[in-house]
Design a protein around this ligand. Structure first.
Ligand code: ATP
Ligand code: MG
Length: 248
């Protein structure tokens, strides 16, 4: 999927969060969005999947503006996205296999045997082979994230959105999640957007970095360009995160 965001603005009760965001994501590209807490990264992702409506601006999915679409038409577009929320969002009363298969069964009406096969394949893709019958509560934080990624993969999405996939995980587990994200991007060719604070993640996976600052995009470029930037706000971001990582 090709994705383009033009002049996106959004305020909540006088709190101007997005102030004309322009972003472009090429087909199959793995991009990272960074920025301080509260700058509107999650709000931006929610606009992309149509969960929020902007005050102004356009969101072009393969050239089609989705902002004006009816709820019905939006449903069809939403199927093309896989969103992995920060909380992982697994249903605690269902097994891992049932969680991964829920979209196939509930939305696509596939039969048990076919669902089983797809679930097995997707769990394998994220390194959770044979965990179908386990309950989410018995998984580690990183394994839960991976199960959520497996579920997103069942939608055959051509755009995957990750909101802080490695937050709260120790560096070793975080690195395995990065590896899964990279592998999934490579094998599915889905346009992939990752919101993260994690410097190690940025440099491990990003083909492109975008930085949001006070509701605007102040940087778009490669990781090398990001690291070499003279912009004071970027330097501060890199220095602060470096300090946080060294103190872990
Ligand atoms: N539904 C909402 N109603 C009102 N205000 C909201 C809503 N959602 C987000 N906001 C506000 O928008 C701002 C940006 O929130 P957002 O969740 O996008 O931040 P973020 O960049 O994702 O931060 P973090 O890194 O902490 O996750 C915040 O000030 C938040 O209070
Ligand atoms: Mg957020």
């Amino acid at each position: 999927m090709k994705l383009k965001i033009e002049g996106l603005s959004k305020a909540f009760d006088g709190n101007q969060v997005l102030r004309g965001v322009d972003l472009e994501f090429a087909e199959g590209e793995l991009s990272v969005i960074v920025g301080a807490s509260g700058t509107g990264k999650s709000v931006l992702l929610k606009h992309v999947v149509g969960l929020l409506k902007p005050d102004a601006g356009r969101i072009l999915v393969d050239g089609q503006d989705i902002v004006a679409l009816s709820e019905d038409d939006l449903m069809a577009v939403r199927r093309r996205f896989g969103m992995i929320f920060q909380s992982a969002g697994l249903l605690q009363s269902l097994t891992v296999g049932q969680n991964v298969g829920i979209v196939l069964e509930e939305l696509q009406g596939k039969g048990t045997a076919e669902v089983g096969e797809i679930v097995t394949a997707k769990l394998k893709a994220v390194g959770l082979d044979g965990r179908e019958d386990q309950m989410p509560a018995t998984l580690s934080g990183g394994q839960r994230k991976r199960a959520a990624i497996a579920r997103a993969l069942t939608t055959e999405a051509d755009c995957l959105l990750f909101d802080e996939p490695t937050a709260g995980l120790d560096p070793v587990i975080a690195a395995t999640i990065d590896e899964v994200i990279r592998k999934v991007n490579e094998t599915t060719g889905a346009t992939t957007i990752v919101v993260t604070h994690d410097l190690a993640s940025i440099f491990a996976i990003a083909q492109k970095v975008h930085m949001l600052y006070e509701g605007k995009v102040i940087f778009s470029g490669t990781t090398d360009e990001f690291r070499a930037s003279d912009d004071k706000r970027i330097k501060e971001f890199l220095a602060r995160d470096m300090a946080a990582q060294n103190s872990r």
